[in-house]
Design a protein around this ligand. Structure first.
Ligand SMILES: [Cu+2]
Length: 110
């Protein structure tokens, strides 16, 4: 019973709308899924490479709101993940440097 009470308390203290959530993006050949997404400020975006990706990909930030430090993941073929917390509102454009058509747009809202 004590464990149940503690769980209820946690759910009350952490509303679903709070910042600090994580959204997962799946890497495919040759796409990011989802290709477009909107998240709240403070969301951590995690790019996940599946076990069986047939090709190598990376995640490079090619444009972002002012003041955002650029990031660039490793090149990886499978079983890798990379994450960044997006703390500035605006539009983030991601590209895979190995596949120019592989692009993603993330809108970060307050
Ligand atoms: Cu790629």
């Amino acid at each position: 019973m004590a464990a149940g009470a503690a769980l209820t308390l946690t759910l009350v203290l952490v509303p679903a709308s709070s910042a600090g959530t994580t959204r997962t993006v799946t890497i495919g050949d040759n796409f990011y899924s989802p290709a477009k997404m909107t998240v709240k400020v403070g969301t951590t975006v995690r790019w996940r490479w599946p076990q069986d990706t047939g090709d190598s990909h990376d995640v490079k930030l090619r444009s972002a709101p002012k003041g955002v430090r650029r990031f660039h993941s490793e090149e990886a073929g499978s079983a890798y993940s990379f994450k960044r917390k997006l703390t500035v509102a605006g539009t983030y454009r991601i590209v895979c440097t190995l596949h120019d058509e592989m692009r993603q747009t993330i809108t970060v809202k307050r």
